[in-house]
Design a protein around this ligand. Structure first.
Ligand SMILES: Cc1cc2nc3c(=O)[nH]c(=O)nc-3n(C[C@H](O)[C@H](O)[C@H](O)COP(=O)(O)OP(=O)(O)OC[C@H]3O[C@@H](n4cnc5c(N)ncnc54)[C@H](O)[C@@H]3O)c2cc1C
Length: 479
């Protein structure tokens, strides 16, 4: 029996777990996949939104602005990259200039600092590759870019170091309130019992909610397709360039990523499929056409991969973070669509505050609030590199040529708390396989390391858990 079970190890679940780890309570995270950050948290625009989009007074607005403000300290404490590159909402039709003023006013009411409406000339001076049709722009200096994998993984690692248990490959199948007054959670890996449950299951949060409540919830999966472009064109724009928002969301953006690529997307297509993350040619054509309205001569020849993520959209378009009325001690964290990544630190704090109050939780005096990330070799001088190799020769072997990732970094990713067990696990922690060749070169080498370090046979090694095995069987016997 534990005090709290959190269902889902996405950015919401991991933020909640980290905040709860401050207190003297037993906490366990159940995740159906083999690693953290396998749901929507791995496929989004990676923007820390300023907070002018969401309606004034909404929970979305409040948590977005707060989460944004928390990001500087959090990224420093968890040793993850975060950059306030600033964002621009571009207007290309004179008759829509009023829309910028509406966004500006909403942003000011939401508490967003430093907003400014730019003239055509000012906008073009800041971003020379904007469309020639630009009429004006809303500039938000607090907008930022982050790595969603590193944010989620770092919060999970920190929670784990502070005593939170993570159970992977553990899918919640049913939840019942027992006669003992506790929650009995049936999974494919046995039963778990807890006093409180937090439902942070992303697009599956409706299924989990509907297991305990008569007031049914319905999440619509809203797919967003993306193209990721090579680092060669990573500086094509330096701010995050948005069009004016519509009722389907913030629209197709063009942005540098915190690791120096260029990202274009997403589309917004409602589907009824919780696993529907395949991109389509129509989606890619649409995002290319829309992005080209705001940014001229987009270098789409430099696309290195495409992917799609699913927004957990609720009809009311609002975060639902509350105790379920007909299921006391069960807290929903549902409808966490954009700006959920930006808001995640504030979501974690809000849920921990709710539970602190309900359970009279007492802060631990030995809580560790910081975490040291993987030692990166990128950007080191020859002298620094030599020093590192002297201490550990594994830093002298390059495994991923595109991103210059060394064996030392991969070993660190495997052996740290909640370490990588699959190719994608290594990729998201180190960037080995994220580059131009998309793991064509380094996969066999990373497999050798996983085989050697974890004692996994080649047939057992997967791309991302489940049945994503790479090697099915040997075609020749041992020589
Ligand atoms: C196209 C797109 C663009 C976006 N862009 C941005 C952006 O730029 N900035 C921003 O702030 N936000 C953005 N978002 C929103 C952001 O990505 C999400 O709000 C956030 O990732 C949601 O995190 P989560 O933890 O709630 O859900 P998820 O990351 O989906 O995590 C839920 C977890 O629950 C697990 N799970 C589900 N069912 C079960 C079960 N039965 N048992 C056990 N585990 C289960 C899943 O495997 C998953 O790991 C975007 C979203 C999309 C789709």
């Amino acid at each position: 029996m534990v005090d709290v079970i959190v269902i889902g190890a996405g950015v919401s679940g991991c933020a909640i777990a980290r905040e709860l780890s401050r207190y003297d309570a037993s906490v366990c995270v159940l995740e159906k996949c083999e690693d953290v950050c396998e749901g929507t948290s791995k496929a989004n625009s990676a923007i820390v939104h300023a907070g002018f989009d969401a309606d004034e007074g909404s929970l979305m607005a409040k948590l977005n602005v707060k989460g944004n403000e928390m990001m500087d300290d959090l990224s420093r404490d968890l040793d993850i990259p975060f950059k306030r590159n600033g964002s621009m909402v571009v207007c290309i039709h004179k008759e829509e200039l009023d829309g910028l003023k509406t966004l500006y006013d909403r942003g000011v009411k939401n508490g967003v600092k430093g907003l400014k409406i730019l003239s055509r000339e000012e906008a073009l001076e800041m971003e020379p590759n904007l469309s020639e049709n630009v009429e004006g722009a809303l500039y938000a200096p607090t907008g930022g870019i982050i790595c969603p994998f590193e944010l989620t993984i770092a919060m999970a690692e920190n929670a784990s170091v502070n005593g939170v248990e993570f159970r992977f490959n553990t899918k919640v199948e049913d939840i019942k309130k027992g006669e003992d007054g506790l929650w009995h959670i049936r999974t494919n890996n046995g039963e778990y019992v807890s006093r409180y449950v937090v439902n942070a299951a992303g697009v599956h949060a409706d299924e989990i909610h509907n297991m305990v409540s008569a007031d049914k919830m319905h999440i619509i999966e809203r797919r967003g397709d993306y193209c990721l472009l090579d680092k060669q064109v990573g500086n094509y724009v330096s701010h995050t360039i948005f069009p004016q928002p519509t009722k389907f969301g913030k629209g197709v953006l063009v942005t540098p990523t915190v690791h120096g690529n260029l990202l274009v997307g997403p589309t917004a297509i409602d589907i009824e499929n919780k696993e529907g993350t395949a991109t389509t040619a129509a989606g890619i054509n649409e995002l290319t056409a829309k992005a080209s309205e705001n940014v001229r001569n987009l270098p789409m020849r430099n696309v290195i991969t495409s992917f799609a993520g699913l927004r957990a959209h609720l009809e009311r378009h609002e975060f639902v973070i509350e105790e379920v009325k007909d299921a006391p001690c069960f807290i929903d964290v549902a409808g966490i669509e954009s700006p959920g990544l930006s808001a995640s630190p504030a979501i974690g704090q809000m849920v921990a505050d709710m539970l602190k109050e309900k359970m009279s939780l007492i802060p631990k005096d030995n809580w560790i609030g910081t975490r040291k990330g993987i030692t990166r070799t990128e950007g080191l001088s020859v002298e620094e590199m030599n020093e590192l190799i002297k201490k550990n020769p594994a830093y002298g072997t390059i495994v991923c040529r595109c991103e210059s990732i060394t064996e030392g970094e991969i070993l660190d990713a495997i052996h740290r708390p909640l370490g990588a067990r699959s190719l994608d696990g290594v990729k998201r922690r180190t960037r080995a396989g994220m580059g131009r060749c998309q793991a064509g070169f380094c996969s066999p080498r990373t497999m050798e390391i996983l085989n050697r370090e974890l004692g996994l046979s080649y047939e057992e090694i997967t791309k991302s858990g489940g049945r994503s095995n790479i090697v099915i069987e040997r075609t020749k016997g041992e020589v």
